[in-house]
Design a protein around this ligand. Structure first.
Ligand SMILES: *Cc1c(COP(=O)(O)O)cnc(C)c1O
Length: 399
C-alpha cells in the first residue's frame, strides 16, 4: 500500500521545493518585453540579488543552469594559458576545473577527498610556493553538494589576503546562497556564482554571476569570453535587451521576484540563515542517533564543516538505494542519490543517499522527512540506533 498520496516532498539538493507563491507569481500572461513593468521588475531585483550575497559589487543574470554560469565565471575572469588552483572537496570543483581545462586554462587541483573540507595549510603552502604569482584564481565551493561539506570561505579569504597573493577568489555558492551565511564583500570573494533552483526557491534556468571590482578588472584582460557570455553589457546595459542579450526569461523573473520578497522582506536573510542552521542541527541529531551501533554514517564528521542545506549519508549498500525507493513509493518523499561517492566496493553508490534541507523548508517538513526515514529503516530492517526523532524534536523545541 502506498501512503504517498498527498503533497509530495522533493528532498533533493536542487531543484528545491518551490513555494506556491512563487509558482502563482509565474502564472500570468506574457508581459510586454519592450517597456513597462518588466523593466521595473528587473531593475528592482538587482539590489535584492546583491543583498542576498552581501555585496556592493556587480551581478549579471544569465538564462542557464549552474554549469552555464560556471563557464561564464571562468571565461570572464581568465585567459587561455592562465593557471588556477582548484580546491575540490567532493565533486563540484573538480567538474568546474575540468571545464576550465577544456577551455585552455592550466589547472592545479588540490583534492581533499570526499569527506573533508579544504585544508588551509595546504592552500597556504601552495600560495607561498607560487612566488611568481602564476595562479590567477582559486576555485572553491562553499557547500559541495556531493559530500555535503561546508568550506570556511571567510577563513580562506583571510588566508589569501594574509599571503598577499593576488589570485582571484572564485566561489561556487550554488547550493549555499540564501541557505548559509555568506558575506561576499566582508570575506574578500571576488567572483561568485549561484543559480535560481536551490536556496532561491525558483525553477532551474536562471543563474547569477557576481563580481567585485577585482573581478570586473579581471574581465578587462580576460580573453576567453564570447559575446553572449560577456558580463560587461549585462551589468551595465545601454538598453534593457542587454540584461539577457535577447528575450528576458519573463516568468522566471516573476517567480524570483516573489522569492526575493519572501526571503528579504518577510523572513529576513539572517532569519533564513538561522532557520537553515536549526533544521540542519535537527537532521544531524537524528542521524547521530541512528548511527549508534549501526553502519549509518554522516559523511562529514565535524559539525563545523557540515553544510546547512544538504546532508550526505553513507550506509551499507544497497540500503541507500532501497531506502530511496521505499520513501518515494511508500511515503511521498524523494531523497537525493549519492553523487560522486562511488567506492571500489560500491561502484553504483547504493550505500549513499542525501537529504536536502534547503530553501522553502520548515520544521514540520524536516520532522516529517526524518519520520519517514525512521519508518523506512524499520520496514527495510536496516539496523539503526534509537531515539532519532526524539533527538530532532528536542533540537526544534529549543530556542
Ligand atoms: C547544483 C550545483 C551545481 C550545478 O548546477 P546545475 O544547475 O545542475 O548546473 C554546481 N555546483 C554546486 C555546488 C551545486 O550544488
Amino acid at each position: 500500500m502506498s501512503l504517498g498520496h498527498g503533497r509530495h516532498y522533493l528532498s533533493i539538493p536542487g531543484p528545491s521545493v518551490m513555494p506556491d507563491r512563487v509558482l502563482q507569481a509565474m502564472h500570468q500572461a506574457a508581459p510586454n518585453i519592450y517597456e513597462g513593468a518588466l523593466y521595473e521588475t528587473v531593475e528592482g531585483m538587482l539590489p535584492d540579488l546583491k543583498r542576498v550575497a552581501r555585496t556592493n559589487g556587480e551581478v549579471a543574470l544569465y538564462i542557464c543552469n549552474g554549469h552555464g554560469v560556471w563557464e561564464a565565471a571562468l571565461t570572464n575572469a581568465l585567459s587561455r594559458g592562465d593557471r588556477i588552483l582548484a580546491l575540490n572537496t567532493g565533486r563540484f570543483v573538480a567538474l568546474w576545473a575540468d571545464m576550465a581545462q577544456k577551455i585552455g586554462v592550466e589547472v592545479d587541483l588540490l583534492d581533499f577527498g570526499k569527506a573533508s573540507p579544504v585544508d588551509l595549510d595546504q592552500v597556504e603552502a601552495k600560495l607561498k610556493a607560487d612566488s611568481q604569482y602564476h595562479y590567477r584564481a582559486i576555485l572553491v565551493a562553499q557547500t559541495d553538494t556531493a559530500s555535503s561539506v561546508r568550506n570556511d570561505i571567510s577563513a580562506l579569504g583571510a588566508l589569501i589576503k594574509s599571503t598577499g597573493h593576488p589570485a582571484l577568489l572564485m566561489v561556487d555558492c550554488m547550493a549555499s546562497l540564501a541557505c548559509d551565511v555568506f558575506e561576499m564583500d566582508a570575506w574578500g570573494v571576488d567572483v561568485m556564482m549561484a543559480g535560481s533552483q536551490k536556496g532561491l526557491m525558483t525553477p532551474p534556468g536562471l543563474a547569477f554571476l557576481y563580481l567585485n571590482e577585482r573581478g570586473m578588472e579581471a574581465r578587462e584582460r580576460a580573453d576567453l569570453v564570447t559575446p553572449y557570455w560577456d558580463v560587461r553589457p549585462r551589468v551595465k546595459p545601454d538598453v534593457f535587451y542587454e540584461y539577457f542579450f535577447g528575450t528576458a526569461p519573463t516568468h522566471h523573473l516573476f517567480g524570483l521576484r516573489e522569492a526575493l520578497t519572501m526571503l528579504l522582506e518577510e523572513e529576513g536573510l539572517e532569519q533564513v540563515w538561522a532557520r537553515h542552521a536549526k533544521l540542519s542541527q535537527a537532521v544531524w541529531a537524528a542521524f547521530e542517533a541512528w548511527s549508534m551501533g549501526s553502519a549509518i554514517r554522516l559523511n562529514i564528521k565535524d559539525r563545523r564543516y557540515r553544510s546547512h542545506s544538504v546532508t550526505s549519508i553513507s550506509m551499507e549498500a544497497p540500503h541507500g538505494t532501497e531506502l530511496r525507493k521505499w520513501t518515494e513509493q511508500r511515503a511521498g518523499v524523494t531523497l537525493g542519490l549519492g553523487i560522486g561517492m562511488a567506492q571500489p566496493d560500491d561502484p553504483a553508490r547504493h550505500g549513499y543517499f542525501r537529504v536536502a534541507h534547503m530553501g522553502h523548508v520548515n520544521a514540520h517538513m524536516t520532522l516529517g522527512m526524518l519520520g519517514v526515514l525512521d519508518a523506512g529503516f524499520k520496514a527495510l530492517k536496516v539496523p539503526h540506533g534509537d531515539g532519532a526523532l526524539e533527538a530532532a524534536s528536542r533540537i526544534l523545541s529549543e530556542a
